[in-house]
Ligand binder design. Structure first.
Ligand code: FAD
Length: 444
């Protein structure tokens, strides 16, 4: 059995998709003296239960680059290592049933060309052709991304972990970090299972635990887990195997064919913060699920039966509810924290962790090794936030809104409804009466 070393250059904490990807890229780019410490087993936090959708197109060039790179990386590593990540790329179809949404999808199709993502605009007949089981009555149109699809989240993580080990990374499971040690304003080491490991850099890839790990040492990491739901139907004999992933944004739904069954997931407008009583993620929460909540899911289930009527014949095999971390603006947290030198974060994946895990790990490694990034990724930089953004009252209320923002209408300059007025000007009321809005600090 491997011995945990007394010192190393980098300690990556967390063995989900983000941590394994970061460790792989650090070693691949030359920092071989990297170790990864996982509290329990790889994937045991959030990663194991992801629905596994992977899509390339994001809201900006930088984010699209991260997602495209992730998919390319999984494909490349599958060949190099001869290990499957369960990629199934039958494409993804997004439909619009409202005028605003249709305009948004058409805009996406246009910007996709700039980012070199293949997108086709489809009329109703074409939609029916690639998704014959759809009820098209209220559909205005759709866009189709032939290169998108789904992956197995455990497969992706094990693939990255294998690639990391091949590059020299040492991975230790059952190794919970109990303390982060700092000296003169910079990280100095970690305490794990009672043993001290000295190091120059630490990456917190600790998913939903990150906020409280930060809080315990005066570092602000604004994320909080929300309950995230899907159901899986019983097998359906006549369910086509080659249908694309379907996103019905106006009904807050996504559907994916899953080994003869249908997985129906939701991004509802008002979500439920997890661990509501204690406001803390238990240290021993592994492969965890929450109780069924049919009342919450029912309207979306009904919408899915309307969209794909053949599902009415299928029973529900599995109701799933598990935690996923969301941030105040539904964007990931990357970069060095302002409070402590050489402490980097790679967390707050807002339900796109599998689709962007490869890319965020690469960006994190580059940021650490170069001291800067070359991409325009301010939107992901943890320094965009202030201290109060990670206070539990603020972030818990805010995540009830940001989960739904993934499928909400993305009008420019959307004003959040939750956790407002944290900091107000002395003449706030006068500004409000005059109809003013503060675009530049709209996260507040
Ligand atoms: C229902 C559901 C559906 C989803 N569907 C999709 C999807 O279709 N597509 C997609 O891209 N994403 C999806 N996601 C999101 C995706 O699962 C996450 O974004 C991703 O898994 C986050 O990975 P992570 O590595 O950041 O966190 P985690 O997987 O939680 O990894 C963090 C790790 O840190 C470890 N850790 C914590 N504290 C310590 C410590 N003190 N010491 C050592 N280790 C520690 C934990 O044990 C854990 O293994 C879904 C999520 C849910 C809940």
């Amino acid at each position: 059995m491997k011995e945990i070393p007394d010192n190393c250059k980098v300690v990556v904490i967390g063995g989900g998709v983000s941590g394994c990807s970061t460790a792989y890229h650090l070693a691949k780019f030359g920092w071989k003296d990297t170790i990864l410490l996982e509290r329990d087993q790889l994937t045991s936090g959030t990663t194991w239960h992801a629905a596994g959708l992977v899509s390339q197109l994001g809201p900006s060039a930088g984010i699209t680059k991260i997602r495209k790179y992730s998919l390319e990386l999984y494909k490349r590593l599958e060949k190099e290592i001869d290990f499957s990540s369960g990629l199934k790329l039958n494409g993804a179809l997004s439909i619009a049933t409202t005028k605003g949404r249709w305009q948004e999808l058409l805009r996406q199709a246009t910007t996709a060309q700039l980012y070199d993502v293949n997108v086709e605009v489809l009329n109703i007949n074409q939609i029916k052709n690639i998704y014959p089981i759809i009820n098209d009555q209220d559909i205005l149109g759709g866009i189709y991304m032939p290169g998108d699809g789904q992956a197995d989240p455990i497969g992706v993580t094990n693939l990255l972990a294998k690639a990391a080990r091949n590059e020299g990374v040492k991975i230790f499971q059952n190794s919970p970090v109990q303390k982060i040690i700092s000296k003169n304003g910079r990280v100095n080491g970690v305490k794990v299972n009672g043993k001290i490991i000295e190091c120059e850099y630490i990456v917190l890839a600790t998913g939903m635990w990150s906020r409280q790990i930060g809080e315990d040492m005066g570092v602000s990491i604004p994320l909080y887990p929300a309950e995230h739901f899907y159901v899986i139907t019983e097998p359906l004999n006549d369910l086509p195997k080659n249908i694309p992933v379907l996103r019905d944004f106006d009904d807050s739904l996504y559907l994916k064919e899953d080994a003869g069954k249908m997985l129906i997931g939701i991004f509802e407008g008002k979500s439920i913060p997890a661990f509501n009583k204690t406001n803390r993620v238990p240290e021993d929460f592994s492969y965890g699920e929450f109780p069924e909540n049919f009342e919450h899911f029912e309207p979306y289930l009904e919408a899915s039966l309307k969209r794909v009527p053949m599902l009415k014949k299928a029973g529900i095999r599995k109701f799933f509810s598990g935690p996923e971390s969301f941030t105040p603006d539904t964007n990931t947290l990357l970069g060095e924290v302002p409070e402590l030198k050489n402490l980097f974060v790679c967390c707050g994946l807002n339900s796109i962790g599998i689709g962007s895990g490869g890319g965020v790990g690469k960006v994190t490694a580059e940021w650490m090794m170069r001291g800067h990034i070359n991409e325009d990724l301010f939107i992901y930089d943890i320094k965009r936030f202030q201290k109060f953004h990670s206070e539990v009252n603020f972030i818990k209320e805010r995540v009830t809104e940001t989960l739904g923002d993934l499928y909400g209408m993305h009008w420019p300059y959307k004003q959040p409804k939750t956790s407002r007025n944290q900091k107000i000007l002395p003449y706030h009321e006068e500004l409000k009466k005059s109809g003013c809005m503060l675009w530049s600090i709209r996260w507040i």
